[in-house]
Design a binder for this molecule. Structure first.
Ligand code: SF4
Length: 62
């Protein structure tokens, strides 16, 4: 699984980074980005939780 943050939707709440800091991080601009590579298997559940929990539905699988 790979994920991507839609920067047109992200409002920088940081829910995703709180749930899975190994996959998501906040940039200096205050928006989230996801790691570019495949989500490691051990973080897939937390990543799915972040997708479901994002208030802006800004995280998409790709
Ligand atoms: S939870 Fe959603 S809106 Fe908040 S920082 Fe993460 S991607 Fe952006």
């Amino acid at each position: 699984m790979k994920v991507w943050v839609d920067d047109q939707r992200c409002r920088g709440h940081g829910v995703c980074t709180t749930l899975c800091e190994e996959v998501f991080s906040l940039t200096d601009d205050g928006y989230a980005v996801a790691i570019d590579s495949e989500v490691p298997a051990q973080f897939e559940a937390a990543t799915e939780e972040a997708i479901a929990s994002c208030p802006e539905q800004a995280i998409v699988k790709r």
